[in-house]
Design a protein around this ligand. Structure first.
Ligand code: ATP
Ligand code: MG
Length: 248
C-alpha cells in the first residue's frame, strides 16, 4: 500500500465553547488533489491553519510524509506550502521583490532563476515590477500562488486559489495545478466555492458541515449517494441544513 502524504486523525479545534473542527479524519495520497468543501464557517480554513501549524489543534493528530507535525514541525513545513487570500505581504515592495524576499526567507538557492520561473509559470510578467499595493485582486491571488510554488513543495494547501480570478486565468491556474501534480507528483488540498471547479479538479472530495466530516468520496460517488443531480445540489442541501433559520 502506498503511504499517504498527509494523515489527519480526529482533528478537533475548539474556540472557547465553540467547536470549529470536530474529530475530522482524512488522508491525502501522493499526487492526489483532495477537494475540501463546505459552507461558509464549516471549518475549512481552520483545518488548513492547523495543517500549517498556525493554529494549535485542541486534539487529534496530523502526520505528513510519515512525520508527526507537532514533533517534526520544521521538517514537515519545509515540504509544504500554501496560498490564501489572507497572506499579508509588504505592500510597498514590487511583486518580484516580494518573491525574492520569500525565496530568501525560505533559504532557497538560485533565487533569481526560481522567481523568474514562477513569474513565467503564472504569467505575471506584465505586473512583476508593479508595487504590491497597486495590484488588482486577481493579480494578488496570482502572487500568493507564486509564493506557494516558489519552494517547489510536495504538498500544497490552496484556500480558494481561484477566487477573484477571471475565467481565463482561473482556467490556466487549474491547468497548471493539474500539470504540476502530473509532472512532479505534487499533492494538493484545495478549497473552492465553485462546484464545477471542485468536480473538475478533485480526485476525491471531503465535505465539512459545522466542523464535521459528513461525506467523502469522488464527486460522482457523493452525488450518487445523496441522489442529487450534481455537486451543487448536494452542497445546497448541506448548506441549507446547516444555516440557522431567520426569525419570522
Ligand atoms: N480565532 C477564532 N476564534 C473564534 N472563532 C473562530 C476563529 N477562527 C475561526 N472561528 C470560527 O470557526 C468557524 C469556522 O471558520 P473557518 O474560517 O474555518 O470556516 P471556512 O469553512 O473556512 O468558511 P469560509 O467558506 O467562509 O471561508 C467559524 O464559525 C468561525 O467564526
Ligand atoms: Mg475559509
Amino acid at each position: 500500500m502506498i503511504s499517504p502524504v498527509l494523515k489527519v486523525s480526529r482533528l478537533t479545534k475548539r474556540f472557547g465553547g465553540f467547536t470549529a473542527v470536530d474529530e475530522v479524519s482524512f488522508e491525502i495520497r501522493p499526487g492526489e488533489i483532495l477537494g475540501l468543501l463546505g459552507p461558509n464557517g464549516a471549518g475549512k480554513t481552520t483545518t488548513i491553519q492547523m495543517l500549517l501549524g498556525v493554529v494549535t489543534p485542541t486534539s487529534g493528530s496530523i502526520e505528513a510524509f510519515g512525520l508527526d507535525l507537532s514533533t517534526h514541525r520544521e521538517a514537515v513545513l519545509q515540504q509544504v506550502n500554501f496560498s490564501s487570500t489572507y497572506i499579508a505581504m509588504p505592500q510597498s515592495l514590487t511583486v518580484e521583490e516580494n518573491l525574492w524576499v520569500v525565496a530568501r526567507l525560505y533559504g532557497l538557492n538560485d533565487i533569481v532563476r526560481r522567481v523568474d520561473d514562477v513569474v513565467k509559470k503564472l504569467e505575471m510578467d506584465e505586473f512583476r515590477q508593479k508595487v504590491t499595493r497597486k495590484l488588482s485582486s486577481g493579480q494578488m491571488t496570482r502572487l500568493t500562488l507564486a509564493k506557494a510554488f516558489l519552494t517547489e513543495p510536495r504538498l500544497l494547501f490552496l484556500d480558494e486559489p481561484t477566487a477573484s480570478l477571471d475565467p481565463d486565468i482561473a482556467y490556466k491556474i487549474r491547468s497548471l495545478l493539474k500539470e504540476e501534480r502530473r509532472s512532479s507528483g505534487l499533492s494538493i488540498l484545495y478549497t473552492s466555492h465553485n462546484m464545477r471547479e471542485m468536480e473538475e479538479m478533485s480526485d476525491r472530495i471531503i465535505f465539512l458541515q459545522r466542523g464535521r466530516l459528513v461525506a467523502e468520496g469522488t464527486a460522482k460517488a457523493i452525488v450518487a449517494r445523496f441522489g442529487k443531480a450534481d455537486l451543487e445540489e448536494v452542497f445546497l442541501n448541506f448548506a441549507r441544513e446547516s444555516s440557522v433559520p431567520l426569525p419570522s
